[in-house]
Design a binder for this molecule. Structure first.
Ligand code: BES
Ligand code: ZN
Length: 626
């Protein structure tokens, strides 16, 4: 990264506006899609699918509206992964259909297979009859035993980054936006949710036949589906909870500040443009903390702590309604435009709703994990804009896009002042609303609308260094938390052997203070001290998923056997990648740990999501996947 050549190339990157502002301007080349929106693009998807839990398939048709961006007769190229294509037809008017030829290319480990369809020049609609594979990477089919209710099966999708193609034949690039409609046939006693309108849904009527409509153009990675024993409970006029019946109450009280968060976000960044904002709480195998599916955030149940201490996750997913869903990264190299902006907006919401002290704790925790990532990453993965050609985008995703991205915006805020920066950001969301943009589009807009207006302020922020170079520039904001300073002051006398464990006054500690305390423990704490902590504070039996995570990590490091059973239970019941991967990695550091890891994994693996299975397989060195 630091060669003279690289510096030269960086200096030559033009900051001129190439913004894909007109939806008709050809989108940038996306290294993670075979699609050819530069010549013909999909503008609408109409799904008609049967959800079969017996076969673990979605089966039916995807009818695509297509539009030639340049006149011609070239093929329509879609993305696909492990789809079974039965038939493809084309139509000029949506009434008369003719069979057309297609070729399914060879399967690429990362990208899947290009589906190339011969479409005559005037064709406006293409209908694909297909079914998904039971192993579709974007779907998880849960046995009833893996749900809260234990009676009904459950299905959910996770399409970001490049998994929509495993359940819909589509142009699976974030640079391509489309509206969608869907009809789903499910078992009669189950309920279906999608990232789209269906107001009948709110009445919770079940008949096994559900229709949906997304009127705003969105990229394919935001198309989402879930089917199961799902109930609904409203929280405010426009927010509510979808969850299994036994979870719906606790989720509704945990997330009862959602409406307040929306009001804060709207005041800062303009109206919420998606109508409703509901939250679907999934079974614990959901591989992420949350996913910002439009109109309905998908969330892990591991953030239901009972005290709202982990609800910044909702602030985060809600923030994506502006940064990500309204203004979208055009390629996965630009992920920081989604995640970095979202971390910044999340923290602004959190500050407003829960106060500055709380926000500062979260910012410090964020910086700590960023530092951990910077310690292990190669230089090329430390820039905000990533070079991803030939790579699986998910392999290079890290806290860089999130926390370094958020910090960059914070730096701009500090240099230009909050008022001016708020106005800038609001203008940015309006200007690029419902568009997919690249890093250079943002930089051009930034230059014209902020930097050039105040060169003195601009001189304080090394923009190119933030965006294109490794590490964090000198002069970056340094979040500080007084609460954490106090935690350390409490811990030290005990660690130095000068005070008993009972002298640590933890009564008023929040989840974040516990997290910091446990992260603050020195290497080689030893089993005796672990036992002291456990006896005083009952840490092995903590239900809070984040506190338990830190405690279990320490337990593995220190060989603290009394937490063994809890570790196994944790890894077998939770499938959220962020919470389990580091525990497996820690186990793999010793011979005894390796044995335990594979024993536990044998029990846990059938319950993990396919994308998590791929990750943990590679941590353990099993399986052929990543
Ligand atoms: N959009 C992401 C999840 C994601 C990113 C999925 C990239 C696939 C590829 C989501 O908004 C997210 O960032 N979730 C975080 C939680 C958040 C509070 C940082 C997660 O799941 O941990
Ligand atoms: Zn996010």
């Amino acid at each position: 990264m630091k060669s003279i050549l690289a510096t030269l190339v960086l200096a030559l990157i033009p900051l001129t506006a190439q913004a894909s502002m007109d939806p008709r301007t050809p989108p940038p080349r996306d290294a993670h899609s075979y699609a050819n929106p530069q010549s013909i693009r999909v503008t609408h998807v109409d799904l008609d699918l049967v959800v079969s839990f017996e076969k673990k398939t979605l089966e039916g048709t995807a009818m695509l509206d297509v539009e030639r961006t340049v006149p011609g007769t070239g093929p329509l190229i879609l993305d696909s992964r492990a789809l079974r294509i039965a038939r493809i037809e084309a139509s000029v008017n949506g009434r008369a259909w003719v069979d057309v030829k297609h070729t399914l290319g060879g399967n690429d480990e990362i990208l899947g297979a290009p589906l190339s369809i011969d479409v005559p020049a005037k064709v406006k609609k293409v209908r694909i009859t297909y079914s998904t594979s039971p192993e579709a990477s974007g779907l998880q089919w849960l046995e009833p035993s893996m749900t809260a209710g234990k009676k009904s099966p459950f299905l959910f999708s996770q399409s970001q980054a490049i998994h929509a193609r495993s359940w819909i034949p589509v142009q699976d690039s974030p640079s391509v936006r489309m509206t969608y409609t869907a009809r789903l046939r499910t078992p009669k006693d189950l309920f279906a949710v999608m990232s789209a309108e269906n107001d009948a849904n709110l009445k919770g009527q079940r008949d096994g036949d559900y229709t949906f409509r997304m009127r705003q153009p969105i990229p394919a990675y935001l198309i989402a589906i879930a089917v199961g024993d799902i109930a609904f409970k409203p929280m405010s006029k426009r927010t509510g909870i979808f969850a299994e019946p036994s979870v719906v109450e606790s989720a509704a009280s945990e997330f009862s500040d959602t409406e307040r968060m929306m009001v804060v976000a709207e005041k800062l960044y303009g109206p919420y443009r998606w109508g409703r904002y509901d939250i679907l709480v999934l079974p614990p195998s959901f591989p992420f903390g949350g996913m910002e599916n439009p109109r309905v955030t998908f969330a892990t149940p591991t953030v239901i702590a009972g005290d709202k201490s982990l609800v910044s996750l909702i602030a985060h997913e809600l923030a994506h309604s502006w940064s990500g869903n309204l203004v979208t990264n055009a390629t996965w190299s630009d992920l920081w435009l989604n995640e970095g902006f979202t971390v910044y907006v999340e923290r602004r919401i959190v500050e407003e709703v829960y106060g500055r002290d709380f926000e500062q704790m979260e910012a410090v925790l964020g910086i700590q994990i960023l530092q951990g990532d910077l310690d292990r990453l190669e230089d090329r993965d430390e820039s905000l804009r990533l070079e991803l050609a030939g790579r699986d985008p998910e392999d290079s995703f890290s806290q860089v896009a999130y926390e370094k991205g958020g910090m960059f915006l914070r730096h701009l805020e500090e240099a230009f002042g909050r008022d001016r920066f708020d106005r800038f950001l609001r203008g940015y969301f309006d200007h690029f609303a419902f568009r997919s943009i690249t890093t250079n589009d943002f930089l051009a807009y930034l230059k014209a609308n902020l930097l050039d207006k105040d060169p003195a302020a601009a001189a304080k922020v090394p923009v190119e260094e933030w965006v294109f170079k490794a590490g964090v520039p000198a002069g970056a904001p340094k979040p500080q938390s007084d609460a954490f300073v106090k935690v350390e002051a409490q811990a030290r006398p005990w660690l130095d052997g000068k005070a008993p464990v009972t002298s640590i006054d933890t009564k008023a500690w929040t989840t974040q203070e516990w997290q910091h305390f446990l992260k603050f423990m020195p290497e080689g704490l030893g089993t005796a001290r672990m036992a002291e902590l456990d006896a005083a504070f009952g840490l092995t039996n903590r239900g809070n998923s984040e506190v338990a995570f830190e405690w279990l990590l320490l337990s593995i490091r220190n060989g603290y056997a009394p937490a063994d059973a809890r570790l196994e239970q944790y890894l077998v019941t939770i499938g959220r990648r962020k919470l389990i991967r580091p525990l497996y990695e820690e186990l793999m550091k010793t011979e005894a740990g390796k044995k335990r890891a594979s024993e536990i994994y044998a029990k846990a693996r059938p319950g993990y999501h396919p994308q998590v299975v791929a990750t943990i397989d590679s941590v353990l060195g099993t399986g052929q996947n990543r």
